[in-house]
Design a protein around this ligand. Structure first.
Ligand code: AHR
Length: 517
């Protein structure tokens, strides 16, 4: 009798698992791609309060700083292990003249930041300050050169200034400004959004210009530049096709950029960062998932012209773009950041992981005080946003081996439209630990998920963490206890090589697993 009962229980478990509506099958023995840690990169432009106030307060500030860069922001970003930082723009890059940002600060000329609020840029944060910031963050600089309003000579000399160790005019100038050793900057952008603010060029014209600029951005010493061509706006597949067909991929450029922002309503009325209804929430999620189609189609074109996979797809601007906070300068793009933004971050990161074969870098816009930021600052205070905690949670995937995962998910429905409730990433790190991050975008229903870890006999659940909040528009604010943060999560049961886990409504969960015996 006892054995019949056990048999029935086993059959029931097997049946439930086999036909479960929500299932994640992780192929632990089929991993071959590395999730490049540069997918978890960042972008900071001379825009609003990102550079000035966000990082740079100057050496005489009462805000604790090291060489003018605020310590609290650097400490917080170090928690994320940020792998790279893209600078100086954005649109600003194509009107930036680097020689105005070197030498004694009180002698640097000023300029008007025409794209962002028409404010006066005093150039007190320039090349040396940016590279000191990267040094403090222990991250790789990604510098975007000016192809829109600069000259080939200007770009060529900037690279020489940064990387040359020869006896040369630019090396001497650098030494005069206090830096003996070359910085050996590797990642180099050949313009930004050259279909728009970077010169309003056609794909054909840009492709020719890019080849010319690339010719004169030279390698110095043993440093090899990784040049990133200005790529398409969203679904401009013609741009990608032209660049890949005529741009000399792999030689003139090693990476091609792609920009896609999630805009809830439309560009004129994007919608509030914090005051939104469920329909707007749903729209934001749906529009975020469009990234899947974009990556798939752009990669298909890249595969056609670069079957050896030498050129990386670099998503160097992405994230939520909301209306600015009421009462703030419309040109400063300052927006709050809620649990909805956290969801947008995890969904995008899952997609970049999924296409890790081709996606070699991504940079969320824009780190501090601008768009989907990690950190907001007010005088000497800082706030860590819900998006910050997603980047902290996903650190486990940096440079880990992508484990192919099939996600079978119930739908989250709003009106007559639906999206999958679940999204996930799985990877195995250098120590052999398996990490699965799972997002449930349904704002009101928990989801019971069965995970099948194929290729291992037994799996142990070591620990977990969760990001959630009371409401989908919960956020963190100055002087208040955090509403959205990273907490411990333990609600997972294992049996053999399977795990049963309940993912609460509107949450992101990380499971750390160990292969058992
Ligand atoms: O991130 C803000 C702006 O968005 C960037 O300057 C530009 O490249 C894009 O249009």
């Amino acid at each position: 009798m006892k054995s019949i009962t056990s048999l029935l229980v086993i059959l029931l478990i097997t049946f439930t698992f086999a036909f479960a509506q929500n299932k994640i099958v992780v192929n632990a023995d089929l991993g071959k791609e590395t999730i490049n840690r540069h997918i978890y990169g960042h972008f900071s432009e001379h825009l609003g309060r990102c550079i000035y106030e966000g990082y740079w307060v100057g050496e005489d500030s009462e805000i604790p700083n090291t060489q003018g860069i605020r310590n609290d922001v650097v400490d917080a970003l170090k928690e994320l292990g940020i792998p790279n930082l893209r600078w100086p723009g954005g649109c600003f890059a194509d009107e930036y003249h680097w020689k105005e940002g070197i030498g004694p600060r009180n002698e640097r000329p000023t300029m008007i930041n025409t794209h962002w609020g028409g404010v006066t840029e005093d150039n007190s944060f320039g090349t040396h300050e940016f590279l000191e910031l990267c040094n403090q963050l222990d991250c790789e600089p990604v510098i975007c050169g000016n192809l829109g309003s600069g000259s080939v000579r200007e770009m060529s000399q900037w690279v020489e200034y940064l990387n040359s160790d020869n006896v040369s005019p630019m090396t001497e100038l650098r030494k005069l400004n206090g830096r003996d050793e070359p910085w050996n900057v590797k990642y180099w952008g050949l313009g930004n959004e050259n279909w728009g603010c970077g010169g309003n060029m056609t794909a054909e014209y840009y492709t020719n210009e890019m080849r010319r600029y690339s010719t004169y951005t030279k390698n110095y010493g043993r440093n090899r530049l990784y040049k990133i061509a200005g790529g398409p706006n969203s679904s401009d597949y013609h741009w990608m096709e032209t660049l890949m067909k005529h741009g000399n991929p792999g030689r003139s450029f090693q990476g091609v950029s792609l920009h896609y922002y999630t805009v809830c309503n439309n560009w004129r009325n994007k919608g509030s960062a914090t005051q939104f209804n469920e329909e707007e929430y749903f729209t934001t999620i749906k529009k975020t998932l469009f990234m899947d189609e974009l990556l798939e189609k752009h990669i298909r074109i890249m595969d056609k012209y670069d079957p050896r996979n030498r050129v990386g797809l670099i998503v160097d601007e992405w994230g939520n773009w909301h209306d600015v906070e009421p009462g703030t300068n419309p040109g400063f793009l300052y927006q709050q950041n809620t649990l909805r933004d956290a969801m947008v971050a995890s969904l995008n990161l899952d997609l970049f992981n999924k296409y890790a074969r081709r996606v070699k870098m991504a940079n969320i816009a824009q780190t501090v005080n601008v768009l989907q930021a990690m950190i907001l600052t007010k005088d000497d205070q800082i706030v860590k946003t819900p998006s910050f905690y997603v980047f902290k949670m996903y650190k486990v995937h940096h440079d880990a081996t992508l484990l192919p995962a099939n996600v079978i998910s119930e739908e989250y429905t709003n009106g007559d439209e639906s999206v999958p409730a679940l999204s996930a990433s799985a990877s195995k790190d250098a120590k052999g630990k398996i990490h699965i991050t799972i997002t449930n975008v349904n704002p009101s229903e928990e989801v019971l998920v069965f995970c099948d870890i194929r290729g291992v006999e037994k799996i142990n659940f070591d620990k977990g963490s969760i990001i959630t909040g009371k409401q989908i528009n919960s956020y963190n604010d100055f002087g208040k206890e955090e509403e959205v943060t990273l907490n411990e999560f333990s609600d997972a049961k294992t049996k053999g090589n399977t795990i049963e886990v309940k993912i609460p409504a509107k949450s992101i969960v990380m499971l750390e697993l160990n292969e058992g015996s």
